[in-house]
Structure formats: C-alpha cells, structure tokens
Design a protein around this ligand. Structure first.
Ligand code: SF4
Ligand code: SF4
Length: 584
C-alpha cells in the first residue's frame, strides 16, 4: 500500500455540491453530506469518471510520483512496465519515450503487453477445457464491479492474474526478485492493484502523473545522448498481440484461433453503462466469453490521461503498430517462449466478494415515507429531473434512506420551499415590497405595494402578483434612476424619502442579485409627515397672529418677546430644514 489515501479521493474544500459526480458515478458511490460530495471507498470501483467530469477538480487521483522518486533514489533497480496504450503515440515514438522514461531513472522500460500475452495463452487453454461463461478479469475496475455489485458472477471471472501482475512476475523471474516494478498507463484503477499487499507491483502511475514528472524534468520526447541505440528498445523484447489489449475487442483478437470457437460466443463490451445493462440481463448460464473494459472503447480512452485525443486516431495507430509488430516478429509471441524456457507458471487469482451493496432494499412504504419527507407527496412533484444526480425521485429517496443523500439535493423542492417562504414573508410584511428584474419589470410584489399604487380591496396579493408580474414598474411608480443605481452595481443598498401621489414614502432600494434583481421596500410615512407639517403651520400661525401685538408691546416686554419669537422661528425653521433634508 503506497499511501493512506485511496486512489481516488475528494478535496472537500473544492467541492461546490453540484452533484455532477453523483450523476456520472455508475454505482452511486458518492455520499452527499453537509453540502459536500465524498467518495465512499467501500462502494467505489475506481472508474475515474468523477475525476474526469468534476468541474471544480475536487475529485483527485492520488499522486504516487514522490514515492516512485524515493524508490529510485533508494538505489533499487526499478523497471517501468508500460501499458499497451503507449502505441497511441501519446508520448511520441518508441525511442523517444524510452529515452525520456530512462532519463527519469528507470533502469529498463518493458511492455505490460508481454504479460497480456501470457494471460491470453492461459485463457485459450482454459477456454478449451471449461465450457460455460468466462469473464475476462484484466480490468481492475470491472473486477471491483463484480466483487461489490455482481457477486453472483464472481465464479465466472477468469482466474488468470492481470496482465500487469503476469508481467511483473515475468520480469522478477528474469531480473531477480529484488527489482521493483512500477506501472505507467492510462488506468487509475491499477493503483488499486499496486495497493494490494500481495501484489508484485510496487506502484502504478497514470499517464498524467508521468507527463507531469517529465514536464518537471523537461524530458518530453527528447533523446538524451547518454543512451546507446540498443538501450532504446523495450526490455527484453517487443510485444506483439498483447498490444491489442488496450482496445475493446483486443483481448479476444489476441486469443487467435480460440477467438473463433463455434461453441462459445465471444462478446467484447466496454463502458460501464453498457456492462451493467448486460449483466442485469444475464442469467450466467450462457456459453460465452465476455471481454469487459470499464473505459468506453477500452484503455486507450482511460481516465488517467486527461489530454487524450481523437479515439479513432488512437485506435488506428495502435492497429498499425500491431500489424507492424506482427510482421517484424520472428515468433508470434517471443515472451511465451521465454516464459516456457524459464518454466514460469502463472499463479491463479481468487476474488473476495465484498458485501453486496445492491441488496440493501427498502419496503415501498418506507420509500413513500422518504418521498413525503423530501416534499414529493404528490405524483406531480416527482419530476424525475435528475438534478440531484439520481435518475428518479424514487432512486433519490432510496439514497436518502441509505443516508447517501440529503434533502437540499433536490433543487426543485428547495426552490418550492424557498418560494413558499418568500410568499409568506411578502404576504405578512405591512409595507409595500416589489422585486424587479434588470429591465425594471415586476417579478414579485405584495398587497402592501398594491395598496400604495393600485386598488387593494379588489385584489388578493397572489392574483395581484400574477397579474402584474412582468409589467414595467414604471406603469405604477417611477423609480427608474434609483433602480439603475442598484442594478448597475453603483450602490448595493440605500434609502430615499420621496413624495409620490401626495404620499410621503420612505423607500429602501437593495440589490438581490447584482445586475439581475433588485428589491424595493416602501413605507408610507405620510401620517408622521402630516403631523410635522401641522406643527410647522400652527407655529407659523402663532407667529403671524401675534407678531403685530408682539411688535406693539415689544418695547414694554423687552427681550422676553424677542426670545419667544426666536424660539418659535427656530422651531419652524428646524422642522422645515429637516423636511427639506428629507428626514421626515
Ligand atoms: S471513481 Fe467511479 S465509482 Fe468511484 S466515486 Fe468516482 S465515479 Fe464513482
Ligand atoms: S478499461 Fe483499461 S484503463 Fe479503463 S479501468 Fe479498465 S483497465 Fe483501466
């Protein structure tokens, strides 16, 4: 085991709970908790789909390059087992890539396809001996699928070791047990194989990790002078038919004559959705050889290489490579001869069933209860929209019962609830409220708004809102310049006091969604203002009525009359001043 972390994991802080990974995960191994989607290792089959599609790159593949560097620095001989997908040309020509990888410190580069040829040979013999269903076990993701979700077929899985295990075994027999073997390929799930304590493989790197490492050393497709031409060949020989394993149907083709057996149908299938559909239909009694690869089209489309290109071009290059290798080879498989001469026997693999996760079932009654809790009591609420990541509301309810999902995942239900809250708030607020869009059209308004600008007696607020939504606000009241300040982003909240249609209004403008939605709260403060105006008017009356008398007896009263006038004047001035300031 190379690290405490699993081959695929979630970087929690990067998750933005969009549920895209839940939607794409073929086995729904992702649990959403506290608005974050994390992988449940016991359920994951390491297909890498979530890594490919996560828009925020919160799903990560464990980086084992530092461990491999340490291994090389330790002085042990480290051989690179290179996946058949190299034939797609992603790292340049054979000489270029061998030179580049040797430049990283690997003592030799050998093709994993040699191990594939050993596996094909074993499989051919087995097919001759045993009738019935046989399922290839070369893809670690497919093996995990069987262990965790289709244990009923586990006895039909081929017991041959994986091509990588067979290759590592062959290399160790050839070079001594002390060597270390590191795999490089487009496969994320191979890390799982390397993590196995009994494995012959020390580490598995993806092509992405290799690219990154080469990039650090500026070794891409360069041929360092220090290598002689003979060093720039695969060790100990070049593979032939094993290179076909990278493509759907390649393994079956590599079986040679056995691939045309009249007693057995040979079915290649790739892509997890197709595989699961097929397994759901199968009864296990068919006389069939199933070649299953998790990645659509095969390993040439593996998710451990995100810059992969045109699949047609890859397949074409790989097939041309195979034809050339076949034409240039003196033997159909030099590795078989070598294995025979060293009397190499492949150890048989056995698969351990994981607890069958599909078995967790709930009664219809329980599912109905969960649907009710999720706000889906009525049939028309069950939209099966897939927004939560599950195919149907029922599937989501089951996930909820399994504690794999939480209520906020249903966006439609959340929106409905939020709308109810907004409606309730709008209905109960005593002041007028209106929400407008960037075109200053009414999106929502309440009865308070109606009572200020329409006839509130004849309309209920819901009808009013419906009837008036999308109408320009200016049809009722002109707040254009203030709304422009908010919607343009110049201001986020401010207050104005305006006199409209004879009413004194205290109006608060605020931004809801910058550039898109603005809210307006309108309070009628006419009564307070009228009282204030009354005070001013009455004070003026007192002043004017008494002014003459005051002037006449001013000489008698002296300074006291002047003080009375000053007080009254300052009172009216103050009221007028504050009114003019807008502080009504
Ligand atoms: S790696 Fe595959 S199985 Fe695992 S969580 Fe991601 S999508 Fe699901
Ligand atoms: S199809 Fe190939 S690359 Fe994809 S998971 Fe299986 S073995 Fe790995």
């Amino acid at each position: 085991m190379s690290s405490s972390r699993q081959p695929v994991y979630t970087e929690k802080t990067k998750c933005r709970d969009c549920y895209k990974c839940v939607r794409y995960c073929p086995v729904k191994a992702i649990k959403v908790e506290e608005n974050s989607a994390r992988i449940i290792d016991d359920l994951c089959i390491y297909c890498g789909r979530c890594v490919e599609i996560c828009p925020t790159h919160a799903k990560k593949v464990r980086n084992d390059v530092p461990e491999v560097k340490k291994l090389i620095r330790s002085g042990r001989k480290v051989v690179l087992s290179l996946a058949p997908s190299w034939t797609t040309g992603v790292f340049g020509s054979r000489e270029e890539l061998i030179a580049a990888f040797r430049g990283l410190g690997f003592c030799a580069v050998s093709e994993t396809a040699l191990g594939a040829e050993l596996v094909s040979s074993w499989t051919s013999e087995q097919l001759e001996r045993e009738p019935g269903l046989m399922i290839s076990s070369a893809c670690p993701t497919v093996n995990e699928l069987f262990r965790k979700y289709y244990p009923q077929f586990i006895d039909s899985l081929s017991r041959a070791p994986s091509p990588l295990e067979a290759h590592a075994l062959f290399l160790k027999r050839l070079m001594g047990e002390r060597i270390a073997v590191v795999f490089a390929g487009p496969c994320i799930a191979k890390k799982l194989e390397a993590d196995n304590r009994d494995s012959e493989i020390d580490f598995a790197l993806t092509f992405d990790e290799m690219s990154g490492w080469l990039g650090e050393r500026s070794l891409t497709a360069a041929t360092p002078r220090s290598f002689e031409t003979e060093d720039l060949d695969f060790y100990p020989c070049q593979a032939v038919s094993g290179s076909l394993y990278a493509m759907e149907g390649g393994m079956i083709r590599s079986l040679g004559d056995m691939s045309r057996s009249p007693d057995r149908t040979m079915v290649p299938l790739s892509g997890m959705t197709h595989i699961m559909e097929a397994l759901d239909e199968m009864d296990g009694r068919d006389g069939m050889m199933l070649e299953l690869l998790s990645c659509p089209g095969g390993c040439v489309n593996g998710s451990g290489f995100k810059n992969r290109g045109n699949q047609f071009a890859y397949r074409k290059k790989s097939l041309i490579h195979f034809e050339k290798a076949l034409a240039g080879s003196i033997s159909s498989s030099p590795v078989l001869e070598a294995a025979e001469s060293m009397n190499l026997q492949l150890p048989l693999k056995s698969f351990i069933r994981a607890s069958a996760h599909r078995e967790a079932s709930f009664t219809d009654e329980l599912i109905e209860e969960a649907l009710y809790e999720l706000g889906k009591e009525k049939e028309e609420d069950r939209l099966d929209c897939g927004g939560c990541g599950y195919n149907s509301c029922r599937d989501f309810a089951v996930a909820y019962l399994k504690k794999m999902g939480e209520k906020p995942m249903c966006v439609t239900n959340m929106r409905k609830r939020a709308q109810k809250k907004v409606d309730m708030l709008l209905r109960t607020l005593p002041m007028g409220v209106v929400i407008v869009n960037r075109r200053h059209q009414i999106v929502e308004c309440n009865k308070g708004f109606a009572s200020l600008f329409a006839d509130p007696e004849t309309i209920c607020d819901e009808e009013y809102a419906k009837r008036h939504s999308d109408l320009p606000l200016i049809n009722f009241v002109d707040l254009t310049s203030c709304l422009t300040d908010i919607l343009s982003g110049r201001k986020s909240i401010f207050e104005e006091r305006l006199k409209i249609n004879g009413k004194f209004l205290k109006i608060t403008f605020f931004s809801i969604d910058k550039g898109h939605l603005a809210g307006v709260i309108i309070q009628d403060i006419t009564t307070t203002s009228v009282k204030r105006e009354d005070v001013i008017r009455k004070a003026e009356e007192v002043i004017s009525k008494n002014l003459q008398n005051v002037q006449q007896i001013a000489s008698l009263l002296g300074e006291n009359a002047a003080e009375t006038e000053i007080i009254l004047r300052s009172l009216t001035d103050q009221f007028q001043f504050t009114a003019a300031e807008g502080n009504l």
